[in-house]
Ligand binder design. Structure first.
Ligand code: HAM
Length: 428
């Protein structure tokens, strides 16, 4: 006899979404799509695998993602490929490749799994789902405000607006960042004894990221660090001020977080994050910013871009703390069939019902069993009604209809009347 094999398990940090949970994902996805379409955004579907070079050139060589988190492997022909750790790079690559940025603006969204080899913990996974938005061809700050308004509307529609806070900052132009970088490095060198190992490593390669350190021992020093906002040029400052004024005028509250620098290198000017303190350490549910410079960096003509991505698992975790997740039952109606004639006639009747009432969720009991066991399954399905077919009913071309949720006499109806009754119930 063959030895029993040990059961395999999913990869750490990569999770199955089980049938009992998929309705809440679908609900969230539907809410998001509704808002996106209300603002005229179009879907773009992108490959999950791209050339490794794309991510190195866009996210930046000296970032956590590129240095240690990418799932990279050699294709059979030797090309280095990577499972996308985020969607911005691939989206821009596709737009450049297909000429979508020629003399036109774009408002796009994408949805799907992203992959990062991070240390898994609550809210941080190795495969996670992002819904991302990217816009092109608009210099802002009106479009900057629009994408923030869009997210604000989504939180309201989901009923989680009171749990999240908007943080904004401006990273200025690359020239402004370069001169600020020198000022910052000088400051850090004056406090070099306070820098931890990670920060020392970043001092030359990516000093702005030191501002993002969560190390408690460094917080007092970081709080005194020079602030990029006070080193912005006139144009960057005007951009930021107009964004703030637009948000003020519409009544969207925000915090200016001068240490918000983001973990990807492509940003300039506006950056923002929606954060919550209800999810522990992984409190950012949505983040993004402007990345005009990346377009030329990837071989395009000078242009404008801003976008964001939201972490679906984190939003669901917030939603699970509310009772806003309106979950639908699997079935509206459950058909119970007992006896050989009923089994044969039931399938046909079910097809007639589905023809007659598109949209009705009808589950037919398929693995036999007693009346009692079938009733149990009908109840568990969440159905409002059970159709009961026995051989006697089939002989008379009738079926019994029983409410599973409210006190009501069971009725026996000819097939045609059954169709009409269910139709009436379903459409009212
Ligand atoms: P990001 O900040 O790396 O930005 O990720 C955006 C969001 O994805 C995070 O705020 C978080 O909600 C979620 N997320 C990231 N990593 C994980 C993880 N390991 N597990 C669970 N959720 C995670 C970007 O990816 C940019 N592409 C956003 C963007 C679009 N910027 C401009 N356009």
């Amino acid at each position: 006899m063959a030895k029993q094999q040990q059961a395999l398990q999913a990869i750490r940090g990569m999770h199955d979404i089980l049938p009992e949970h998929s309705p809440r994902w679908q609900w969230l996805e539907a809410k998001a799509k509704q808002v996106l379409s209300a603002y005229g955004y179009q879907e773009i579907r992108l490959p999950i695998v791209e050339k490794t070079e794309l991510f190195k050139r866009s996210i930046g060589e000296v970032t956590d993602i590129v240095e240690k988190e990418m799932y990279t492997f050699d294709d059979r022909n030797g090309d280095s490929l990577t499972l996308r750790p985020e969607g911005t790079a691939g989206c821009l690559r596709a737009c450049l490749e297909h000429g979508l940025l020629h003399n036109q603006s774009q408002r796009l969204w994408y949805y799907g799994p992203m992959f990062r080899h991070e240390r898994p913990q609550k809210g941080r996974y190795r495969q996670f789902y992002q819904l991302g938005v990217e816009t092109y061809g608009m210099p802002g700050p009106d479009i900057d405000a629009e994408i923030i308004l869009l997210t604000d509307r989504l939180w309201k529609n989901l009923g989680i607006r009171n749990k999240v806070e908007l943080q904004i900052n401006s990273l200025g132009t690359s020239a402004e960042r370069a001169s600020y970088r020198d000022i910052l490095v000088t400051y850090f060198k004056q406090h070099i004894e306070l820098l931890d190992e990670d920060s020392l490593r970043r001092l030359e390669s990516n000093p702005l990221r030191i501002l993002d350190s969560k190390n408690p021992a460094m917080q007092a020093m970081l709080a005194q660090a020079p602030v990029l906002l006070t080193h912005l040029g006139e144009e960057s400052l005007a951009h930021f001020n107009t964004l703030k004024a637009t948000l003020d005028a519409i009544g969207i509250g925000y915090q200016i977080n001068t240490r918000l620098v983001r973990g990807l290198d492509y940003y300039g000017k506006t950056v923002f994050e929606w954060v919550t303190d209800e999810l522990g350490a992984q409190g950012t549910i949505c983040a993004g910013g402007r990345y005009d410079g990346l377009i030329e960096q990837l071989g395009g003509k000078a242009n404008h871009a801003i976008g964001f991505a939201m972490g679906m698992e984190r939003i669901l975790a917030l939603l699970e703390q509310t009772d806003n997740l309106a979950l639908e039952a699997v079935a509206d109606v459950y058909m119970i069939r007992v006896g050989a004639a009923a089994e044969a006639a039931g399938m046909q009747l079910a097809e007639r019902i589905r023809d007659h009432i598109p949209g009705l969720k009808l589950v037919v009991n398929c693995d036999g069993g007693s009346f009692k066991s079938q009733f149990k399954k009908a109840d568990k399905s969440g159905a409002s009604y059970a159709i009961i077919l026995g051989d006697d009913e089939v002989a008379q071309q009738v079926a019994a209809l029983k409410s599973l949720r409210i006190e009501q006499e069971q009725t026996t109806l000819p097939f045609a009347d059954l169709l009409n009754t269910l139709h009436h119930w379903h459409t009212n």
